[in-house]
Design a protein around this ligand. Structure first.
Ligand code: PRE
Length: 393
């Protein structure tokens, strides 16, 4: 066989190239860290979308000469830039909060190894170069108690999901805690039907899962006939049960990545109602943090207005007048005060900024109750788009 067609030889060459690519990615990453140091010095924002757009257009054109598709080049570089921005943000945050640099952090989350909260915790701290001491909990309440009592440093809590909406239990718990929100992370939720042994969908009689994944996969589950549903406290508990049973009639709903930790494999992939399914998690700690000026920040607050006509609108008008963007508004009943609501508001502004301080002062004067839940870096990096003329030229 000619050397050009020898599969092993071709794969060896690919492996070598991939290694070189990784080395180049690492070199690029360390250069962007130098950029962050320079920006810290000059107090310039991390994000420069004009530079990103110029860079993307140049790379699309260079890629075309090499026979690379414009969409492919754009998507690869959007991922690289997202990583670059998040890494720079994480670095600037270490400068803004020198008192909380620790090599090991302890984190409480729902479930055990493999739960979505476990995966979110690991993803969040992987960028912050910290080793994690994991503390799996059975309820959101337990997570908050572990942080409040000082037993762990942080708690990771899911707050909303793109298909099943807000997680009310977490919103309610935030009313009664002194903890601060210090971070967020959006985790893609890729529900699969996982099994411990080789089997077929037609043989499955029982499916174990946490309530949230059940809701999010209702279309797939409705189509399965004669299947018993067993609710579990967490996805990780469900996976542990399936591993212990080693039963061809048992399946669980969870992520493929989490399932690997329990030696489970995917019988069916992408079973969620919505193909794009993401959960947003918040990280809570006992003390608030400072957010560096160069980083886009979000501030979360709750307020109660009483039952005055237009009282909420008056608060929102203050935000509008100051040019502060509100990115979330949620309402929850106040325990013991029938028909009164507590409003949860997320705004895209740094708590230290004069404009937000002024807005908070004005809102305080027209509300019965206001509490700042925390200020933290915005982790969602919206990709810079390139003009379609550059892609189609
Ligand atoms: O050149 C910069 O200013 C960078 O921060 C680097 C970089 C990149 O990774 O290329 C990242 C973020 C900016 O929005 C633009 C470009």
């Amino acid at each position: 066989m000619s050397e050009d067609l020898d599969l092993n030889k071709i794969r060896e060459k690919i492996t070598k190239l991939d290694q070189q690519l990784l080395e180049l990615f690492a070199q690029r990453r360390s250069l962007t860290l130098s950029v962050a140091k320079s920006k810290a010095h000059q107090i310039r924002p991390v994000r420069d979308q004009q530079r990103e757009q110029e860079l993307l257009i140049r790379l699309i054109n260079q890629g075309k000469v090499l026979g690379l598709d414009a969409h492919y080049v754009t998507s690869v570089y959007q991922t690289i830039i997202e990583d670059s921005v998040l890494n720079q943000q994480a670095y600037l945050q270490t400068l803004a909060n020198p008192n909380i640099q620790v090599p090991t952090v302890s984190v409480a989350f729902l479930g055990n190894k493999g739960s979505y909260s476990y995966l979110a915790s690991h993803r969040y701290f992987s960028r912050r170069a910290a080793k994690i001491n994991e503390y799996g909990c059975q309820s959101f309440k337990e997570i908050m108690q572990q942080v409040e009592s000082g037993h762990v440093d942080y708690g990771m809590l899911p707050i909303e999901n793109t298909s099943s909406g807000s997680i009310n239990e977490v919103y309610d718990a935030l009313q009664h805690t002194n903890l601060s929100i210090v971070g967020e992370i959006t985790q893609p939720i890729e529900h699969c039907l996982l099994t411990a042994v080789n089997t077929q969908l037609s043989k499955i009689k029982t499916i174990y899962a946490h309530g949230q994944p059940f809701t999010q996969c209702s279309n797939f589950l409705d189509k399965q006939k004669n299947i018993r549903i067993e609710y579990c406290d967490s996805t990780a508990d469900a996976m542990a049960q399936a591993y212990e049973l080693q039963d061809p009639t048992v399946a669980v709903i969870g992520s493929e990545e989490g399932g690997h930790l329990y030696k489970l494999h995917a019988l069916e992939k992408s079973i969620a109602n919505q193909a794009e399914n993401h959960s947003r998690f918040i990280l809570v700690a006992r003390k608030p943090i400072d957010v560096a000026e160069q980083i886009p920040a979000k501030t979360a607050l709750i307020l109660a207005t009483g039952q005055k006509a237009g009282a909420l609108v008056d608060c929102l008008i203050i935000l509008k007048a100051k040019g502060i963007n509100m990115c979330k508004l949620e309402s929850r009943p106040i325990q013991g005060r029938p028909w009164e609501e507590m409003f949860y508001i997320d705004v895209e502004a740094n708590l230290k900024s004069a404009v937000l301080q002024e807005a908070i002062n004005e809102i305080t004067s027209i509300t019965n109750f206001i509490k700042i839940l925390g200020c933290y870096p915005i982790e969602h990096i919206s990709p810079t788009s390139v003009p379609s003329s550059a892609i189609n030229a």
